[in-house]
Write a protein that binds this ligand. Structure first.
Ligand code: GAP
Length: 447
């Protein structure tokens, strides 16, 4: 069947509106007019993002012997951010427009306006101030008094919690190199130009792996992790034509990286970074050794050699990755007879609702049988029961729009033949199966 291409800016608006309408994401504090660049995940959004995080956790820890997990605090000693370099250089160049008073990132002006000295908001030329450096870390104070001694930061990346626990994990888990520590958690950045829905937020979640290696194996593991991370997105159904590599130039490299590549995704608003894979060398452990006075080197007892491990980092955004999966899955399909349907072709592992159960009529005894059928499949993941809203076609469309892979319909024949209809989201094909076999059939299909 032919598919409508969909104009790109419209497409983003359609996805944002679907997210709000169907309980995926809402603007934070909306009843008070909202707060910029923070979003709340609704009932379906939280399930969906949890599925993304669980898929990452399974691939990065459970299915491997060489990676363990960690959940470090968001608040850390201020010295951590001095050692990591963030206090000094985690900055963006900020310019103000003296006419409209709006603020922008200096390095984005030309991209937005095509000229280096034109205000992206009011369009005036020559009204932008000289750039000044603005630190992106949120400050807060520990203890009852707001004084410099109590100044701490909300972490801008989860990575540092891993570095300062390197020795704890290595010794408690009796690890030899190479091994990795994985973590999922919140990070905060006071972005100057947030936007594009959940693409750039001020509060977001990261899924990071820090892989500790012998410096002699730097290239091998950098290549290995690039391949692993690319494959992860594809195994979860992301279309290869929507992904590409971006190698950092010297100017783009973060202060801690010797080399870095990003996996870009083709969002409706353009090709943008989705994940970064960084060769951080021994920068982090060396700096934490220097600043803390604690020796964080590693002794290789086989080779009788002591060195500071190098680190290969894979740093993905849970929100940004989720948005990419949503954009990748969003489709408006033209059906025979001129009708269209919106369908989220999410991978079954990521879909928030796995099975929707629908009696053809609201009357007993169909309803009782439908509830019984739902109970047999509850352990397969989140299920929904829907007896509302007229014809079955409309109910199928509602499930298509939220990405539910399977609908199960109970009709009057079901009372006699003890069979139900499974309707598949992508092909819309229907097949009849005995109720006694339904759970096993769907478990196999969802596996
Ligand atoms: N530890 C390395 C690090 O934090 P990064 O390139 O600054 O590297 C890694 O961030 C990933 O975190 C990005 O690729 C993106 O997915 C996510 N991310 C960063 N800033 C974000 C923001 N403001 N909103 C949403 N996600 C963000």
């Amino acid at each position: 069947m032919e598919k409508r291409a969909g104009r790109e800016p419209d497409r983003m608006q359609e996805i944002i509106s679907l997210c709000k309408r169907r309980g995926y994401m809402f603007p934070s504090s909306e009843v008070y007019g909202g707060i910029n660049a923070v979003f709340d995940y609704g009932p379906l959004g939280v399930e969906f993002k949890n599925n993304v995080k669980q898929a990452w956790w399974a691939a990065m820890t459970r299915r491997r012997d060489d990676v363990v997990g960690l959940d470090a605090g968001i608040l850390m000693a201020r010295r951590v951010w001095q050692a990591s370099g963030h206090e000094e250089v985690f900055t963006d160049p900020l310019v103000d427009c003296t006419n409209c008073k709006e603020r922008f990132r200096a390095d984005q002006i030309e991209e937005l306006t095509g000229a280096p000295d034109v205000c992206p908001k009011c369009g005036m030329k020559g009204t932008l101030t000289q750039p000044r450096q603005f630190n992106l870390m949120f400050k807060t104070y520990m203890g009852p008094v707001e004084e410099d001694a109590g100044l701490i930061y909300l972490r801008p990346e989860t990575a540092q919690g891993i570095y300062v626990n390197f020795e704890n994990v290595q010794t408690s888990m009796r690890r030899r190199l190479p091994f990795g520590i994985a973590q999922i958690g919140k990070a905060f950045r006071n972005e100057i130009s947030p936007g594009n829905f959940t693409y750039r937020m001020r509060e977001f979640e990261q899924m990071e792996l820090q892989y500790f290696i012998d410096p002699a194996e730097e290239e091998r593991w950098f290549t290995y992790w690039r391949e692993q991370r690319w494959r992860w997105y594809q195994e979860l159904g992301m279309k290869p034509e929507h992904m590409q590599w971006h190698e950092h130039t010297k100017e783009e490299l973060a202060h801690y990286a010797r080399a870095a590549v990003d996996i870009y995704f083709q969002f409706p608003f353009g090709w943008k970074e989705m994940e970064g894979i960084h060769d951080r060398t021994d920068w982090d452990l060396r700096r934490h050794s220097e600043f803390s006075g604690k020796d964080l080197s590693y002794y290789d007892d086989l080779e009788k050699r002591r060195f500071i491990p190098y680190i290969i980092e894979t740093s993905a955004g849970a929100d940004r990755g989720s948005l990419a999966f949503l954009c990748d899955a969003y489709d408006v399909e033209e059906l025979e007879g001129g009708d269209t349907r919106v369908v989220l072709r999410l991978h079954k592992k990521l879909a928030p609702v796995k099975v929707a159960v629908m009696p053809l009529s609201k009357k007993e005894p169909l309803v009782a049988l439908a509830h019984q059928v739902q109970d047999t499949v509850r352990d397969l993941g989140l299920t929904q029961y829907d007896e509302t809203g007229g014809n079955i076609g409309k109910r199928y469309r509602r499930q298509d729009e939220i990405g539910t892979p399977y609908c199960v319909t109970i009709d009057f024949d079901s009372l006699e033949d003890r069979q139900v209809t499974i309707r598949e989201r992508d092909s819309m094909e229907q097949r009849r199966v005995p109720i006694a076999e339904l759970r096993a059939t769907l478990a196999a299909d969802l596996a």
